[in-house]
Design a protein around this ligand. Structure first.
Ligand code: MG
Ligand code: ZN
Length: 216
């Protein structure tokens, strides 16, 4: 019987992620890994940030999905450079996929590269892609208990973005509970309360990201 150790696979991923990070830094592009459930508003947030971030050269997106090109098409229709990774059933992106996809872009042409991960709060958290930072999204309809239920993703992200805040009047979702749960798990991560619909909180994330990119 042949046994493949998961630890070895993750080690290989980490090495490749370091290579990606080195290449991204050399090109002067700041890379953001966006995590969250399906339908949580990842593509919408990227679209909203595209309108608010300081962009000198350009903004590109690597889209991870099991199948189809809906999100990449949507971004391309807005004039955003987008590369689609079709994972063909794999429920997360890994550094190898991102390495291949990023070679489809002339990285020097961009100051921002967003990687929209496969919609999933579980295994994407285990794979370093070579990003500068990770954002995790939590939409109001998903419920305010997710920090406790999916600690790894919330612990390994540099900021938590509550999305669809315009729905707060319709759901039993307590923003304060998310803040409290996060304080125990990841006290340095800011929580942004946002709505792409009303524009609430988008400027704040853009400012925070711009500061993070400057301070890299
Ligand atoms: Mg999407
Ligand atoms: Zn997975």
């Amino acid at each position: 019987m042949k046994i493949v150790a998961a630890k070895k696979i993750l080690k290989a991923n980490d090495q490749l992620a370091e290579e990606n990070r080195h290449r991204f830094h050399a090109a002067g592009v700041f890379v953001i890994n966006v995590l969250g459930s399906p339908g949580g508003g990842k593509t919408t947030l990227i679209e909203a940030l595209h309108g608010r971030l300081p962009i000198k050269r350009g903004l590109a997106v690597i889209e991870g999905d099991l199948a189809g090109t809906i999100d990449a098409d949507r971004l391309a229709a807005r004039g955003i450079a987008a590369v689609q990774i079709a994972t063909e059933g794999i429920c997360h992106l890994d550094a190898n996929m991102v390495s291949a996809a990023s070679r489809e872009l002339e990285l020097e042409k961009y100051d921002w590269l967003f990687i929209e991960n496969v919609g999933n709060l579980v295994c994407p958290a285990g794979f370093d892609l070579g990003e500068d930072l990770r954002l995790v999204l939590l939409s109001v309809p998903e419920g305010d208990d997710k920090v406790i239920k999916y600690p790894t993703v919330f612990q390994s992200s540099q900021a938590v973005i509550i999305t669809k805040a315009d729905l707060l009047p319709h759901f039993e979702f307590q923003v304060e509970r998310v803040r409290q749960d996060l304080r125990k798990l990841n006290p340095n991560a800011p929580v942004f309360c946002t709505s792409a619909k009303t524009g609430e909180g988008i400027e704040e994330i853009a400012t925070w990201l711009a500061n993070a990119a400057t301070g890299r």
